[in-house]
Design a protein around this ligand. Sequence first.
Ligand SMILES: NC(=O)c1ccc[n+]([C@@H]2O[C@H](COP(=O)([O-])OP(=O)(O)OC[C@H]3O[C@@H](n4cnc5c(N)ncnc54)[C@H](O)[C@@H]3O)[C@@H](O)[C@H]2O)c1
Length: 252
Amino acid sequence: MSERRYAGRVALVTGAGSGIGQAVAVQLASEGAVVVGCDVDSDGLDLTTKQIEDDGHHAIMIIADITDQADVDRVVAALPGGRIDLLANVAGIMDHFVPVTELDDALWDRVLAVNLTGPMRLCRAVIPRTRVAGAGSIVNVSSIGGLTGAVAGSAYVASKHGLIGLTRSIANLYADDGIRATAVCPGGVATGIGATAAPTVPWAYQRLERSFGRITRMAQPDEIATLICWLGSDEAVNVNGAVVTSDGGWTS
Ligand SMILES: NC(=O)c1ccc[n+]([C@@H]2O[C@H](COP(=O)([O-])OP(=O)(O)OC[C@H]3O[C@@H](n4cnc5c(N)ncnc54)[C@H](O)[C@@H]3O)[C@@H](O)[C@H]2O)c1
């Protein structure tokens, strides 16, 4: 593995203020990328900037909500020279493990907006640029909740299954343009996502807990970031449309 796989490259990372997105931004910068990161959490972005600058690198961090088209436009407009080599759609939220019968439209709409519509808007914005360049990579962070119904509520599971569908569609339709799209499905990762993970419907959570007994280990954000950075790099040139699980064997 080269340490400077991203030298001269530009990467856009959503959710760069915490957890997996923060780890991706820091790793990409350390490998030579100009990183444009965005998040709704300005304090988190400040921490990411500090980590990157302490390592002697530079990044552009933008406070932006990926559910807002104007914010997405603003982030894409900040890409230096309009260039984009990697889009890492990492931002996401949980759904408090709410089952469909207890789900209100507001929670459904919010989870789908952050986890699926936002990533779609970013893909829609950057693919024309990568088509012109004839190369580019998109890594979408789904979840094992995108492969099974056993780990989250109905909105999260639907959003993460949808993100895998979006990934495969892009992989299929734009391969001839030199664009690769892949999805990563983490299991449990020690991050800040707990803010949207407090269970609110006890009976549903008890049923979901059956699968939690299969968790062998919690991953660290860096471990998922390493996979994302590899998938986005030229080393993964033949990997397109793949859905890669990193769950320590949880779904095995
Ligand atoms: N932590 C896990 O166990 C786990 C497991 C599977 C998948 N994932 C996925 O990994 C991704 C990263 O999550 P994490 O675990 O690092 O959580 P995290 O909460 O630490 O980071 C997610 C970041 O996304 C940001 N964000 C949320 N809504 C946003 C919006 N509308 N616009 C811009 N930024 C927004 C948050 O502010 C936060 O900084 C998510 O897509 C999540 O679904 C996490």
